[in-house]
Design a protein around this ligand. Structure first.
Ligand code: ADE
Length: 248
């Protein structure tokens, strides 16, 4: 997978792209990521990339010229590559969208700044708009980092054999079950008996139940679309009933 990032601040990406898993994935040629400075496509003497808005009002708007030129140059002849603008106005990013993006061989991420981008950029070159949540950042760069991270770890081989992205929380439509490691007792709190039983079937069943319990407690909205067996449905009904009894 190849990702191009168009930004006015390419150095902001140094930490996330040059450490840990994303660093190794690039070294192993599983993903390649190129940053492009939008300012390199400015045409005037001052290398301007923003200007005041028509109609007045505060703030600055990113000019269409440098942005459209940058996208067209980076995209080349490949008109199928998604060109994704990071903006609070976009559809909200989640694990499903990460999976959708991971299915593409190439992505172009466009980081907005200031009050936003000239509307003609959207019309001419943007194919999708993504928000990482209902809050406003100072620009699209941090959002682009979130997307690169979430998508890259879905590329086969990036996480290595020991981690399976398919078993992630959210990939299953549930939050994760509780995790434990050594020691068996820490400050008087013991690891649940079943986890040291050696019974793999019982461990898997316990984890699944605890994932459902945790999702019920923290994100019941996710259960509306989770894929539960009939038995798990009954377990959930029991959880709901005992909660209702306690509060009733
Ligand atoms: N730019 C500013 N805020 C943002 C957000 N929440 N998501 C994506 N891009 C943004």
């Amino acid at each position: 997978m190849h990702i191009d990032i168009l930004t006015l601040f390419p150095d902001m990406f140094d930490g996330p792209l040059t450490e840990s898993i994303l660093k190794r994935a690039q070294e192993r040629d599983l993903i390649s990521i190129r940053r492009h400075n939008i300012r390199d496509y400015a045409t005037d003497r001052h290398h301007s990339v923003d200007d005041t808005p028509y109609g007045g009002g505060g703030g600055m708007v990113m000019m269409p010229g440098p942005l459209v030129e940058a996208v067209e140059d980076v995209r080349g002849d490949d008109l199928d590559v998604p060109v994704i603008l990071l903006t609070p106005q976009g559809r909200v990013f989640d694990q499903r969208v990460a999976e959708e993006f991971a299915g593409h061989p190439r992505l172009i991420l466009v980081c907005g700044r200031y009050e936003g981008v000239d509307e003609r950029v959207r019309k001419l070159v943007i194919t999708d708009e993504i928000s990482i949540g209902d809050f406003v950042l100072t620009g699209g760069e941090l959002a682009a980092m979130v997307i690169v991270d979430a998508v890259a770890r879905l590329v086969p081989g990036v996480l290595g054999a020991r981690w399976a992205a398919e078993e992630d929380s959210h990939a299953m439509g549930l939050l994760e079950y509780p995790h434990y490691t050594r020691p068996p007792v820490f400050r008087g709190i013991a690891v649940p008996e079943v986890l040291v039983s050696g019974d793999h079937g019982a461990v898997a069943a316990w984890r699944r139940r605890e994932a459902i319990r945790r999702t019920w407690q923290r994100r019941p909205d996710l259960l509306l679309t989770a894929d539960l067996s009939e038995e798990e449905g009954w377990f959930l009904a029991d959880l709901a009933e005992s909660d209702a009894a306690r509060s009733g």
